[in-house]
Design a protein around this ligand. Structure first.
Ligand SMILES: C[S@@+](CC[C@H](N)C(=O)[O-])C[C@H]1O[C@@H](n2cnc3c(N)ncnc32)[C@H](O)[C@@H]1O
Length: 227
């Protein structure tokens, strides 16, 4: 409710951008260097290749994964609330010759279904789950964007991430989200919540990867007969 209200008052298409240009550049430079090609390859094997696949990078940031998918033949849509990040990734796509395989959409994560009005062979969501309006509603958003028989990949830090540095405000907001499902701002979800939420949807398979102690990673395949 509070996050929806915030979104009504702060509109990216009117120039509001939560990410300053200088920060976007710093983050982009670090994250482009840290691009995990092994993860890209694992995803490629899992979905049976990127060639001709329609991929949504939901919360694409500076586009390091989106461009890697496009370089492997996918048609990628990047949806993000930050025009600064989208501008950065368009420049990178131009430099690397994949502009024709990338399109951009500016809006809040939860607005993607209404704005894009289509579904995808793969929905990729990395380290931005917690910017969704609410965990339950955002699971619905992600699931609705996957085509029947398509794939969803979510990687998010959970409540244990950076625990030592949480102040009272972020601890209180995480407690509210955990115990009462009231989300104010961007608290990390409780460990295990995503798997529970997606288990309630028609899926063919779900792999839950908890190998990094402070992250939840979910690999799921939507049932082929799901609406
Ligand atoms: C940590 S970055 C992750 C970017 C990218 N997925 C990656 O793997 O590097 C978080 C992303 O969420 C986006 N985002 C969505 N809603 C946001 C909001 N309300 N406030 C800040 N960032 C938001 C940011 O623009 C940014 O691209």
């Amino acid at each position: 409710m509070i996050n929806q209200l915030h979104a009504r008052l702060h509109r990216p298409e009117q120039g509001w951008d939560p990410i300053a240009d200088a920060y976007a550049h710093r983050y982009a430079q670090t994250e482009w260097h840290k691009l995990d090609l092994e993860r890209v390859q694992r995803i490629e094997q899992w979905i049976g290749g990127f060639e001709g696949r329609r991929v949504l990078d939901l919360g694409s940031g500076p586009g390091q994964y989106a461009v890697a998918f496009a370089q492997r033949g996918a048609q990628v849509t990047c949806h993000d609330v930050s025009a600064n990040y989208l501008a950065y990734l368009q420049r990178k796509a131009g430099e690397l010759g994949v502009t024709d395989r990338l399109s951009c959409s500016l809006g809040y994560l939860d607005e993607a279904p209404r704005m894009l009005r289509t579904s995808f062979d793969l929905v990729f969501n990395r380290v931005c789950w917690y910017y969704g309006f609410g965990d339950r509603s955002f699971a619905k958003v992600v699931f609705s964007l996957i085509s029947p028989g398509g794939y969803g990949y979510v990687d998010t830090p959970h409540m244990a991430f950076n625990r030592a540095q949480h102040g009272w405000s972020s601890r209180a907001r995480m407690w509210l989200n955990h115990r009462l499902a009231i989300k104010i701002g961007h608290p990390f979800p409780p460990h295990g919540r995503l798997a529970k939420l997606f288990a309630g949807y028609p899926i063919d398979s779900m792999l839950v990867d908890y190998s990094t102690p402070d992250h939840d990673r979910i690999w799921l395949r939507k049932a082929t007969n799901a609406p």
